[in-house]
Write a new protein. Structure first.
Length: 307
């Protein structure tokens, strides 16, 4: 049975922080219109932080403030992306998911129970499928179910908080997928595990600062590829029958300074890319998987883009 790895295209957003804040304000108003913006929620904290921290003077951002600034922009960007991907009339199941995303500590990472960010990751993965023009269902057996060329693909999403837990969480997802497939009546259904390694690849949550978005992307790519090379044998063993594979994602936020001495506000940069470690049993399956991999992230960097 052939075992392969496909690099998924990186989606890179690069633009002025003020533009992200404007779209974030609109997304917060959207949550408020749905009665999903309670007082004191974490997005309100990000909104207030961005209003206070945004400044044209780079020297006013020490490391702690810069980290808070990047986290707030990153969380803002995720909410904007979710709104963009789903759009239109909100379904009951989507609203049920969306209701959970405002919970949690605004800036504390790696907490044991963080359902708000877990759901954001699930909706972020769902947005990949939606942007690839696939139908997505948010209720049912798995975290989400996509319909790909007439087949159900049961998707299990795991945010990993430490390197020691990464393979264990991947095994957990693989077991869940096997259970989902057994229950489904169709022999054509498939499964996919999606693992977020962002906290594993940057455990200290240090702020990312680069001179260009291209340099930023190259560093993010290298971090993910180095992890895969170390872990690939163990990952391949976990891929079960009728499981497409394991998709490893690294979603990183930072700021870039084309001119470090310029007092203009730094550009916000977001890199979201990944690698699909997969197995196929026939040329047809191989074609199906490669086409899916490309469409899961179909917005590669092309200069300044809208988020």
């Amino acid at each position: 049975m052939p075992l392969r790895a496909a690099v998924l295209p990186y989606e890179v957003f690069y633009g002025e922080s003020v533009a992200v804040r404007e779209r974030f304000d609109e997304a917060c108003d959207w949550l408020r219109s749905l009665n999903l913006f309670p007082n004191g929620n974490r997005y309100m904290t990000y909104r207030n932080s961005l209003a206070k921290l945004s400044s044209g003077d780079r020297s006013s951002l020490d490391e702690a403030k810069l980290q808070e600034y990047i986290v707030a922009l990153g969380e803002a960007g995720e909410l904007v992306r979710i709104r963009r991907a789903f759009g239109g009339p909100e379904s009951v199941e989507f609203l049920a998911k969306l209701k959970k995303i405002t919970s949690g500590q605004p800036f504390q990472r790696n907490v044991l129970n963080d359902p708000g960010r877990d759901v954001v990751f699930e909706l972020s993965v769902a947005s990949r499928f939606l942007e690839g023009k696939y139908e997505v269902q948010l209720t049912g057996l798995a975290d989400l179910t996509a319909v790909v060329d007439g087949r159900k693909v049961f998707v299990e999403c795991k945010r990993v908080k430490s390197a020691s837990k990464a393979l264990a969480r991947s095994r957990e997802a693989a077991k869940q997928i096997q259970n989902r497939i057994k229950v489904d009546a169709s022999s054509c259904s498939r499964g996919l595990a999606v693992i977020c390694l962002t906290d594993v690849l940057n455990p200290t949550a240090r702020p990312y600062e680069f001179s260009s978005a291209h340099r930023f992307q190259a560093v993010c790519d290298d971090l993910l590829n180095d992890y895969i090379q170390r872990s690939k044998p163990d990952l391949l063993k976990q891929i079960g029958k009728r499981q497409i594979g394991v998709m490893l994602e690294n979603s990183v936020y930072g700021v870039t300074y084309d001119n470090p001495n310029d007092e203009q506000e730094p550009a916000f940069t977001f890199c979201r890319g990944g690698t699909l470690v997969y197995q196929t049993t026939s040329p047809h399956e191989d074609g199906f998987t490669k086409a899916l991999a490309v469409r899961l992230c179909n917005h590669p960097f092309s200069g300044r883009e809208s988020i």
